[in-house]
Design a protein around this ligand. Structure first.
Ligand code: HEM
Length: 467
């Protein structure tokens, strides 16, 4: 046990999660369960073992949940483990040229060109936009009247899309926002269907449903985004580079590769706008939804977050997210219990050894944050909700490679600081103003459909405190 700390049980509870089957699933059951909800495939053994091998029809999967071996795969020997095509296809369907899916030298150029867009100073400059999005949502909730019932999961996808719209296109999308949002949902619904074929590594050429519809949606997006970019380029011509506080689109258009001084091609700008919208939308929405759910079940933590929000939101905007330490601990605990990207995968290029196991070229390496974050060897009371693990006095005792909601190494999430800041600020701003109560007949269940989301939404009653 690496992370020992006495837990105050009065404030913790065990939130819903599949009970790991005692035995591994047989192939047919595995296929059916993968299709329904991959989270339910993880048998008890995987939460106890540092490493395990699973034989699949087309490949061998090595499940790695030993922190030292994970560091070896993601950092020390990262060159030997490429993002595998399955994961790239699932996460980046239609976003072939964005940072999430490019490889090799193209990735290196994009990564170093885009790094300043997500540096701490830039992310901090988006605090007001995040507060504005929370404020707009609060106004909407007020207008619904007292004790309104809402689906908090759907509301959180609205707010994260709004934050992205405000931070990428600060002067609006120049078209029909609702149409844009509807196309966005259609896109996510399209790529949300992960077939068992995909998970078994069947070649891309095998026919799959929904591709054509997805292409139509992508074409719509590309058209809208091209128009926005063209308008912005006209506006930026002749404007001094250091004027005001630029949004992500301006930063993208002005970004230069530090090694060569070259700007990005327009096609790459467009792909990365789509990538930010896609990678930053549902992931952060689910983080917020799960945080809200967990707080709805934990009165004392709700009170602590509210008290902190009352105090800190009255202070300066500067440094706000850094002062919201209790709120952030709740967000980090939600990311531990329900990591939006529940599994990462890589393909071994050459032979290697991981935790004593020989790795052959082409082996599929799976690192599942969902399993890692509940691993019996790494966490005390792994299935219990206890944000105190992430409070500043003990946060440093969590081993770096036991907690990976944003991955690690060269391909770590470029938007991690953005997402953490957004989730912390939005959660504080909403909990400050509203009490929330899960509807008595609500079914809450985690389901992995690209991201780890509440399968039946989160129907809640929100009640405004005195205004
Ligand atoms: C709570 C929210 C988020 C979570 C949990 C999350 C998680 C992740 C993870 C686990 C990876 C690494 C995948 C791998 O190693 O295979 C990743 C990569 C990435 N994320 Fe995020 N992400 C979040 C929010 C965001 C946001 C807000 C953005 C941008 C606006 C973003 C953009 C990206 C991009 C571009 C990559 C690819 C980086 C590269 O390959 O160089 N993410 N994310």
């Amino acid at each position: 046990m690496l992370h020992l700390r006495e837990v105050d049980l009065s404030e913790s509870f065990c939130p819903p999660a599949p009970r790991p089957p005692d035995q591994r699933l047989g192939l047919f059951k595995l296929l059916a369960t993968l299709k329904r909800n991959p989270l339910e495939c993880w048998s008890a053994e995987f939460f106890r073992e540092p490493i395990a091998r699973v034989r699949l029809p087309f490949t061998d999967a090595i499940l790695v949940h030993d922190p030292a071996a994970i560091k070896h795969v993601l950092v020390d020997n990262a060159g030997n483990y490429r993002k595998d095509p399955i994961q790239r296809r699932i996460l980046a369907s239609g976003l072939a040229d964005g940072l999430l899916s490019v490889e090799g030298e193209r990735w290196e150029v994009q990564r170093r060109t885009l790094a300043p867009l997500f540096a701490k100073r830039t992310v901090t400059s988006f605090t007001s936009a995040m507060l504005q999005a929370a404020d707009q949502m609060a106004q909407r909730w007020y207008s619904l009247g007292p004790r309104a019932s809402i689906d908090v999961a759907a509301e959180m996808t609205l707010i994260t899309l709004n934050v992205l719209a405000l931070t990428i296109f600060s002067d609006g999308i120049g078209g029909d926002y609702d149409e844009f949002r509807a196309a966005m949902s259609a896109y996510f619904a399209g790529i949300g269907r992960i077939g068992a074929f995909d998970l078994l590594g069947l070649p891309q050429s095998a026919p799959r449903l929904g591709r054509r519809r997805l292409r139509r949606t992508m074409a719509y997006f590309e058209g809208v985004i091209d128009q926005i970019i063209a308008t912005r380029q006209r506006r930026l011509a002749g404007v001094a580079a250091d004027e005001g506080s630029p949004d992500l689109l301006t930063l993208l258009l002005r970004a230069l590769d530090p090694a060569t001084g070259e700007a990005m091609s327009l096609a790459d700008v467009r792909s990365n706008v789509l990538t930010f919208l896609s990678a930053g939308h549902e992931t952060t929405a689910n983080t917020l939804a799960w945080s809200m759910f967990l707080l709805s079940q934990a009165r004392e933590w709700r009170a602590r977050v509210r008290e902190e929000a009352r105090r800190e939101l009255a202070g300066p905007v500067e440094g706000l997210a850094d002062r919201l330490v209790v709120t952030r601990a709740v967000v980090e605990e939600a990311l531990r219990l329900y990591p939006p990207i529940a599994a990462l995968s890589r393909t071994a290029q050459g032979p290697d050894r991981l935790a004593g196991v020989a790795i052959k070229p082409r082996a599929l390496i799976v690192i599942a944050p969902y399993v890692l974050h509940r691993h019996r060897l790494l966490w005390q009371r792994p299935d219990m909700f206890d944000p105190a693990r992430f409070l500043p006095d003990v946060r440093g005792t969590i081993p770096r490679f036991a907690y990976l909601p944003f991955g690690s190494g060269p391909r770590t999430c470029i938007g991690a600081a953005f997402a953490l800041q957004e989730a912390t600020i939005v959660l504080a701003a909403l909990v400050h103003r509203f009490d929330m109560e899960l509807l008595p007949d609500a079914r809450v269940w985690p389901s992995q459909k690209i991201t780890l989301r509440p399968a039946y939404g989160l129907p809640m009653r929100v009640t405004a405190y005195d205004r």
